[in-house]
Design a protein around this ligand. Structure first.
Ligand code: F6R
Length: 315
């Protein structure tokens, strides 16, 4: 079995695809076990309705907030408490973005005491009191403005000494609460989700990761801007390591929204939608393995993956 064969399978028509997969499973089970994520790329195909494209950052954010609120209301109709996992980063925090719209226009749309919040990741060695920490940024931009009770908030503490325990605690909490209902994601320029960098495995849980040079470069600007100039600037100011929930943790969410805006994300978005090997582009796991993902892009982020491919191409 070589890569050409996988390519053919991936592009075959749906009906014969399942027959082919069945045949391969029976004739070569060991290969299937080793390669399952690649083979089963064809298991779930994207529908056009999974992808929403808006003209700019603000309309992308507005649409995403509306969909998030409607999904959250649906969850709260079925359960007493909803569990939500939040990202940080410019995609959500910039002016006119998701968090600003959520906190100003939808503050009263939900009883926030019925929502439990986790975050995706945190820099190691950066305390929650530090403006550069994701903890601080989420508290300031979202959780305090929404008036979420403190007992509903579970954010990583990057200053904690026993990081392993912090990771284990997170997985236990999520399990205890019956899993995550909604996860909001951005995407890194190298295709990372959370801080799951290229090379992250499908079954990875919450853990400590080394940040790639590309990610440190991407996030350098936040370290320069926050703190009013008295902080170290340059790539050295970005911590080398972070805590992140794993790919498995993310994929176990019942609903996932991924937002991407701007030209700088176009390559990662294209690679993800083309199902580039997830070991090179972790966001591809969302297409290959996840039960429910809604992608909301602006024109620029979607520009390298043309709409025509949705109709005539692999989908
Ligand atoms: C941050 C996170 C990251 C970011 C990604 C995009 O909590 O999980 O995966 O979503 O790096 O960052 P921005 O939005 O700054 O482009």
């Amino acid at each position: 079995m070589d890569s050409k064969c996988l390519f053919v399978i991936s592009f075959a028509k749906t009906k014969i695809k399942f027959a082919l997969l069945l045949f391969i499973c029976i004739t070569n089970p060991i290969f299937v076990l080793k390669q399952n994520f690649t083979l089963f790329a064809s298991y779930r195909r994207l529908k056009q309705s999974d992808i929403i494209i808006e003209s700019d950052y603000n309309s992308m954010s507005r649409t995403a907030v509306k969909m998030f609120i409607s999904e959250l209301k649906a969850v709260l109709q079925k359960k007493d408490k909803a569990v939500v996992m939040l990202p940080t980063g410019g995609t959500y925090l910039s002016k006119g973005g998701f968090y600003q719209i959520l906190t100003t226009e939808y503050r009263n749309a939900i009883d926030w005491s019925r929502v439990i919040f986790f975050n995706l990741d945190e820099y190691i060695g950066v305390s929650p009191k530090d403006k550069r920490s994701y903890n601080y940024q989420l508290m300031e931009a979202v959780l305090e403005p929404l008036g979420v009770p403190l007992e509903n908030i579970h954010l990583f503490d990057g200053s904690i000494l026993n990081v392993k325990e912090e990771c284990a605690k997170r997985e236990q909490w999520i399990k205890k609460l019956g899993g995550i209902d909604i996860t909001l994601l951005g995407i890194g320029r190298n295709g990372h989700i959370g801080f799951n960098e290229p090379g992250s495995l499908r079954n990875s849980g919450t853990r400590v990761v080394d940040l790639s040079l590309e990610t440190k470069y991407q996030n350098m600007e936040y370290f320069k801007d926050l703190g009013g100039g008295d902080l170290l600037s340059g790539i050295d100011s970005v911590p080398d390591q972070a805590i992140t929930v794993g790919i498995a943790t993310i994929l176990s969410s019942r609903e996932i929204f991924l937002l991407a805006s701007g030209q700088s994300k176009a390559e990662a978005v294209k690679n993800m939608l083309n199902e580039e090997n997830p070991l090179l582009n972790p966001a591809s796991f969302l297409i290959i393995n996840s039960p429910g993902v809604c992608f909301i892009f602006d024109d620029d982020a979607f520009s390298l993956f043309h709409e025509s491919q949705l109709q005539g191409g692999p989908f």
